[in-house]
Structure formats: C-alpha cells, structure tokens
Design a protein. Structure first.
Length: 265
C-alpha cells in the first residue's frame, strides 16, 4: 500500500517578511510627512513642469561648437584623476598591510590605522577639496590632494579586507621559517594581494574621473570649473555637451579597466 500523499507544511518565517516590509513602509511614510520628516511635496514639480521640460529639451540639444573650450579642462580632469590615483595608491599599499590581521599581528597598531582610515572615509572628498582650496588656493592641486586622501581610505579598506580573507597558511609558514614580518609581507603577502590592489586602484581611478568633475564646483580645478561657469549662465546646451564628454570618457575607462581586470584573474 503506497504512502498517502501529503501537502508539505508551509515554510515558516513568511510572516516575518511581511512584518519587515510593513516596518520599512511605515518608516518611509513617516519620513515623508511634514513636521517630523522631510516634508516631501510634489506640488512644486507639478507647478513648474513646463520649466523643467524646457531645461530637458536644452539638455537634449548639445552645443557642439562649445567643444574646443572643453578639451583643456577635460585633460586637466584626467590629469587630476591620474595623479590622485597614483599618489593615493602609493600611500595605500603599505597601509593595507598595516591594516590587515595576517600581515600586522600588532592589534594596537592595526586598530590605530583602521580608526584613522574610518575617519578619512567619513569625510567626503568634496569637503576635503573645499578646505584645501581655502588653504592653497584655486586650482588642480587641492583637487589632487583631496582625491589622494579619499583614495587611501577606499583602497586600504578593500585591499586589507582581501588580505584578511586569504589563507594565512603561507604567512604562518614564513613565520615558522624565521622570516621577519617585512620579509613575509614582501615575499608572500604582496604577490597574493597584488591583483586585488591593482583592481581596486583601477576602481578608484574610475571614481576619480567622476569626482574630479564635481570638485571643480568648489574651485578645485578640472572641468568642474567649466560646469560651474555654464551653469551660472544657464547654458544647459553647453552643460549637456560636457556631460556627454564625461560619460564617454568614463565608459572608455571602464572598458579598459575591465579588460585589465580580466587579465589579472
């Protein structure tokens, strides 16, 4: 006699999912309420949609005659991104070993490095640029320094986490053989961490190209200065051309970076 067929029990925990969804929805609604939230109001959008439509039409019709004036600022933006990446990567490589547990067995030093990096990452690069512009003046230099500082926080975090996730057996074998920590890091940890380091450096270079266009809004050089100028005169057709150039440059850099990453894997 065959066993009677039975319907499998309903999986538990589905009620918790709906409770979580309800909580998120309630928090979202409360956040939009006036007085206790941000006071989200779509009335200005409805009232000014014609003005917005006009700006969108201007953005869809780039002023191609403006292109020659954008070449030099765009080149400066790329130079800022390259220099900021190189300086940030050079500083980040040794710090990555100091922030990782397998390559730095001293908890106090490791904790100090990680805390300092958390502070660096907590401050946006735009704030660094604004402060540096006030210190050293308008130009590309404050932008380069701001990018380098912010890159250190990102690269060290990602590379040190990659080192923490690797098998520490080879490092332990190096210690057992009598090698110093510096020798172990150079001979064992560095070859293993190098692909991750190069990959994250390429990643922050992509970020730097995007960030450089914004840093110019506070006077830190690059094409951001030109964006601020055309925005001041409401030349959205010229702004559209600049946005298109930045998009093309970022896409090309992304394709090249992806090809390099595939060779490293």
């Amino acid at each position: 006699m065959s066993a009677a067929l039975s319907v499998p029990p309903r999986p538990r925990g589905r009620g918790r999912v709906w409770i979580a969804v309800a909580i998120v929805a309630a928090i979202t609604v409360i956040t939009c309420l006036p007085g206790i939230g941000v006071g989200l109001d779509i009335a200005p959008i409805i009232a000014n949609w014609r003005n917005g439509a006009t700006k969108i039409i201007e953005l869809l019709t780039p002023d191609w005659s403006f292109f020659p004036r954008t070449v030099a600022p765009m080149v400066e933006t790329l130079q800022m991104a390259v220099l900021g990446t190189v300086v940030g990567a050079a500083v980040s490589l040794p710090l990555s070993f100091w922030a990782a547990r397998p390559t730095n067995p001293h908890p106090v030093v490791r904790g100090v490095v990680r805390t300092a990096l958390n502070v660096i990452r907590a401050v946006p690069e735009l704030v660094y640029a604004a402060v540096l512009v006030a210190m050293v003046g308008v130009g590309a230099l404050p932008g380069i320094i701001a990018l380098a500082i912010f890159n250190v926080g990102i690269i060290v975090k990602l590379v040190s986490e990659s080192i923490d996730a690797t098998d520490a057996g080879a490092i332990e074998a190096g210690r057992a053989a009598g090698g110093t920590q510096a020798q172990i890091n150079r001979a064992i940890a560095l070859p293993d961490a190098w692909p991750a380091f190069v990959s994250q450096t390429l990643y922050v270079f992509e970020l730097n190209v995007r960030a450089s266009t914004v840093l110019g809004l506070v006077g830190a050089g690059g094409i951001g200065l030109l964006i601020d100028a055309v925005r001041t005169f409401y030349r959205y057709d010229q702004l559209s051309l600049i946005i298109l150039e930045v998009l093309i440059v970022v896409v090309v850099i992304d394709l090249v970076s992806d090809a390099i990453r595939r060779r490293l894997v």
